[in-house]
Ligand binder design. Sequence first.
Ligand SMILES: Nc1nc2c(ncn2[C@@H]2O[C@H](COP(=O)(O)OP(=O)(O)O)[C@@H](O)[C@H]2O)c(=O)[nH]1
Ligand SMILES: [Mg+2]
Length: 462
Amino acid sequence: MRQPFRRELSNLIERGRDRQLRLAVTGLSQAGKTAFLTSLINQLRHAGVEAQLDMLPAAREGRLLGAQRLNQPDLGVPRFPYDPGMAALRETPPRWPAPTRGISELRLQLRYRPAQQGWLSPDIAHLTLDLFDYPGEWLLDLPLLQHDFYSWSQAQPLHTGDQRRALFSEWLAEVETLDPAAEADEAQLASLAEAYAQGLRRAKQAGFSNLQPGRFLLPGELDGAPVLQFFPLPQLSMSKEALDALPPNSLYATLAARFRYYQQQVVRPFYRDHFRRFDRQIVLVDVLGALNAGPERFEDLSQALGQLMQSFDYGKRSLLTRLFAPRIDKLAIAATKADHVTPDQHGHVVQLLEALLAEPLKDLRFANVPVKALSLAAIRATEAREVMHNGKRSPALRGTTLEGEDVLVYPGDVPPRLPTHDFWHQQGFDFPSFRPMDTPSDALAHIRMDAVIDWLIGDKLV
Ligand SMILES: Nc1nc2c(ncn2[C@@H]2O[C@H](COP(=O)(O)OP(=O)(O)O)[C@@H](O)[C@H]2O)c(=O)[nH]1
Ligand SMILES: [Mg+2]
């Protein structure tokens, strides 16, 4: 075959099989997933005209023509509420998109002009992007699939950290008097399960992340169902063998059976239907929020993310593995809400993110999966300014707080490493939550959405 022809043909095959991309937007509750998806859709829809996407070559070169919503493949799942989210952002005063309470999907078709025009390549090509959104609380159920009831009970961080232990103290005191071999008392199980759920809700309120089971926080359609009436048994004094041999009506066996049911009937279908098949992934982390919340919660977030990333299948893929065993072959990890700090701190934010995810990053590097770490603001709520301070220029942020107060602040220095004891005690970190800015143009203001879009899908738009 002649060289040019062969190249054309291989381009064509390449495009043909990569027309579709499933992007996993992962992050714990409040990480910024819904804001990210809203901004992603918004930027791509306005790519040709108003969106500021200079870091994305297809947009910069004017080849990205825009994006259209298509009917999604799964008719049983609600559509991602993009229009309501945009409407909230355009209200006076603007509001953040409403928190996610269930699963939703969106299929976006991008139209672009291939960079190299040849007699075999089409004038206009398409890339279909499948996106879905879900409550972050449910994501932490994925690590629960790797456990049985015994190991799960032991893995729950109920005794680590003073603040966390305090939130569960009453429940712990009662659970520690239970005899695993005693006959299960339904009413007692129901009330202890409710008390455990309350502990999880309080811990969530207090900013903790590593909270399982996720449906206890946001039950969805399972509200009040007996499948949610279990809890871990910490500090078991009997051996696993002895526990496994207990009769089915014993307390231990009853809780273990409910745990298995939850795993098989709630978590596994969620994983199978939504998390098994992904091509690319972005992990969103509210690093700055964790820094604001203090050392115990910062460590808790690190634990939760480490566990979580073991639930995904990473690795290079060939045409065959793509067809039969899809894998995530490229990944971005992003510190969200970067507009909470001044631009000179963004480098440190990324270093801190890398330190927080050091363990999972090591595994990814070992698996030879390309990963990019960056900081971004999906929907920028502040403007970077400079103020004169003691005769020197220094950076500052201007924004409006959620309460409607206009402020000019310097939120603090971000440590480039995991914060030390001294950092927490001397320096700390403090910033307000901002209200979104008015959006005069169609495209939302952002920080580095273009860089992240380029990393995640740019290679498919050539
Ligand atoms: N300043 C700022 N705040 C953000 C940004 N993205 C999200 N937030 C804030 O974080 C909250 C949670 O975001 P959301 O997308 O709902 O998180 P999710 O739970 O992961 O879907 C929002 O209500 C905003 O207050 C951002 O880019 N900039
Ligand atoms: Mg959400």
